[in-house]
Design a protein around this ligand. Structure first.
Ligand code: CP
Ligand code: NVA
Length: 291
């Protein structure tokens, strides 16, 4: 039984195997006749659709569950929700407000548990991101990514994946919006700065995400003010020479990124979105023991 709650749950070999499986369009039907629970406490376009289609491609049946239907921690404890879903499904996937709920669910069942985004991590996104890097460069060697803005769940999973695969990552965030010094010290090839121009110099990819993540609405004004100098626009992209632009989406156009950058010929955001399905298929196959 293999959980995937964080990229840090994986070994380098495990991460590489998932990326290899993700490049196979047909893996077989390891979920034949079985269900996968997809529980969402927050909205989703890419994750729900890519996971549903990946489950179908693996021969299984996805069951989409909205937060009101189970009331995680209100109608029933996280443990009892997990025990219930484990009665019917081969794999349980959840998007939660608090990462701790995933840990509690995973501890309560023997079924593999997959994180579809928590307040701290977004491992499925990082898998799609690294698959995109591999497709565009053909190799991880010499790849350098600049992440500009809020060092959030998406950034943390990206940093962990880059560290494992030997991809250099430079994060540029305002004071108070970076990864902790302890986290950075535990990763290799990851550096932090407060200067976006310094971060993008020599980068092959420039990545950003929203300034206000789901669940942070009360901090909107403060975040917009602190992160305004970290917008990815044509001027910043020009400092990176021939870089590709990456964004997990959804984007707040005109905030963290301009329309011009999103629509440019160097934008790889729709490739990333498609890769969410391929990497979800690879990740679930790996969790189910396909090697
Ligand atoms: N990138 C991503 O996870 O998108 P959704 O929130 O639409 O699933
Ligand atoms: N950091 C964003 C990612 C959305 C896919 C959030 O958590 O809202």
């Amino acid at each position: 039984m293999t959980n995937l709650l964080s990229i840090s749950d994986l070994s380098r070999d495990g991460l590489t195997e998932i990326l290899t499986l993700s490049q196979r369009s047909y893996i077989g039907r390891p979920l034949d006749g079985q269900g996968v629970a997809l529980l969402f406490q927050k909205p989703s376009a890419r994750t729900r659709n890519s996971m549903e289609m990946a489950v179908v491609q693996l021969g299984g049946h996805p069951v989409y569950i909205q937060k009101e239907e189970v009331g995680l921690g209100t109608r029933e404890t996280a443990e009892d929700v997990a025990r219930t879903l484990a009665c019917y499904h081969a794999l349980i996937a959840a998007r939660v407000m608090k990462h701790d709920d995933l840990d509690r669910m995973a501890a309560a069942t023997d079924k593999p548990m997959l994180n579809m985004l928590s307040d701290t991590d977004h491992p499925l996104q990082a898998l799609a991101d690294l698959l995109t890097v591999k497709q565009l460069l053909g190799t991880f060697q010499g790849a350098r990514i600049a992440y500009i803005g809020d060092a959030n769940n998406v950034c943390r999973s990206l940093a962990q994946a880059c560290s494992m695969l030997g991809v250099e990552l430079r994060i540029a965030s305002p004071e108070g919006y970076g990864l902790t010094p302890q986290e950075v010290a535990s990763l290799s090839g990851v550096e932090q700065t407060h200067d976006p121009v310094e971060a993008v110099a020599g980068a092959r990819f420039v990545y950003t995400d929203v300034w206000v993540s789901m669940g942070q609405d009360e901090e909107t004004a403060a975040r917009r003010q602190a992160l305004a100098p970290f917008q990815v626009n044509a001027e910043l992209m020009s400092r990176a020479a021939e870089a590709w632009f990456l964004h997990c989406l959804p984007a707040r156009r005109g905030e963290e990124v301009t329309d011009e950058v999103l629509a440019s010929s160097r934008s790889a955001v729709w490739r990333q979105a498609e890769n969410r399905m391929h990497s979800a298929r690879g990740a679930m196959a790996w969790m189910l023991g396909v090697g």
